[in-house]
Design a binder for this molecule. Structure first.
Ligand code: NAI
Length: 333
């Protein structure tokens, strides 16, 4: 079985190299992200293995099919970057890693919340410069505040467990509310409008779909509490970044923690520090002292990398053996 991995970094190769011999697969790594322009690199591969910023749109999938690729294996949970309908039409199954570490992403969301609230990112630089003033570093107790969680899947449930530990009240919205879970977790499902109106912190944990694309736009922000903290470890396009910037400038949004950004593919995971930034929107975001942008690193723990490599190899082994695909994603999922 020949596997071509796109969008790989040294740490990806290390985690796959550790186990590849046990599976006996022929593995080729590419640093570049898969897209319609470089799909020829998949020639000879049975499987292409891709991550969050690779693009398997209709044109790319059609070309993969022509090249004889028989499986698309995602190394991530989200599958918004794959045209599932095209894959189905070309008879190419798509598999993913549904949960490599919900703890990793939930803990990163908490890291963003705590850093923004207590201004750790600013305090770090201040004390290193001999500035021990507290001016501008005032935070608030999380205890007793309300967190509004959008999407209550695997990651959100870990986050909710942690936030309940802080003594926060948690309200949530999900397309498919799980009332039995809510009763056990001590949270309440509320309509989205109510969540926006009541939450001191809004954190996004739903997938990117046609329904959720730009769900946080001018209207949603208009309904939020003044000074609300917005956390996005989901997908960049859940937020209309222009509306977010307006909200920050108008001080409606008190802080934003963004592990994802709608145009992240051009920057995230690369060192661009010796270049001039051409993305004015990203540059503006980075200029706010109450915004923290991290480079889609929520997943980035040792445990998660190991799980990604193992689950991906197991997904491919199942395919090679003609077994049912445990982690298959289908159009309409
Ligand atoms: P999950 O599939 O366990 O949970 C998603 C939840 O969202 C489900 O309860 C579902 O019913 C709900 N949902 C679906 N459509 C909705 C809508 N329109 N409105 C409200 N809720 C809706 O997913 P999981 O594992 O918790 O991951 C959530 C998202 O986090 C992924 O889709 C992915 O985009 C993102 N992610 C980010 C990572 C990072 O490194 N920052 C790593 C892994 C995932």
């Amino acid at each position: 079985m020949k596997i071509t991995l796109f969008g790989t970094q040294p740490y990806d190769r290390e985690s796959f190299d550790r186990i590849r011999d046990a599976y006996g697969f022929d593995v080729t790594y590419h640093r570049s992200h898969l897209n319609a322009g470089n799909v020829a690199l998949a020639e000879g591969a049975d499987v292409v293995c891709i991550f969050v910023n690779d693009t398997a749109d209709a044109a790319t999938v059609a070309r993969l099919s022509q090249l004889g690729v028989r499986l698309i294996a995602l190394r991530c949970a989200g599958f918004n970057n794959v045209d599932l309908l095209s894959a189905a039409q070309h008879g190419i199954p798509v598999v993913r890693v549904p949960a490599y570490s919900p703890h990793a992403v939930a803990e990163h969301a908490v890291a963003l919340m705590l850093s923004l609230n207590r201004k750790i990112h600013r305090a770090y630089w201040r004390t290193r410069d001999g500035n021990f003033s507290l001016h501008g570093l005032l935070g608030f107790d999380l205890y007793g505040k309300t967190a509004g969680i959008v999407g209550t899947g695997r990651i959100a449930r870990e986050l909710i467990r942690i936030l309940r530990g802080f003594g926060m009240e948690v309200i949530a919205y999900d397309l498919c509310p799980d009332e039995a879970y809510a009763a056990v977790a001590g949270i309440a499902y509320v309509p989205l409008d109510e969540l926006y109106a009541r939450a001191d912190i809004v954190s996004l944990h739903c997938p990117l779909t046609d329904r959720t694309r730009y769900m946080i736009g001018p209207e949603a922000i208009g309904r939020m509490k003044p000074g609300v903290m917005l956390i996005n470890t989901g997908r960049g396009q859940l937020i209309h970044t222009g509306a977010l910037i307006d909200g920050l400038k108008q001080k409606k949004i008190g802080a934003a923690g963004l592990d994802v950004y709608e145009e992240e593919a051009a920057y995230f995971y690369e060192d661009t520090s010796d270049r001039i930034m051409s993305d004015d929107v990203l540059a503006r975001l980075l200029s706010f002292n109450n915004v923290i942008v991290t480079s889609h690193q929520g997943f980035f723990t040792r445990e998660a990398l190991d799980n990604i490599a193992r689950t991906t190899m197991e997904n491919i082994r199942e395919f090679a053996a003609g077994e049912p695909l445990t982690n298959r994603v289908s159009a309409g999922a």
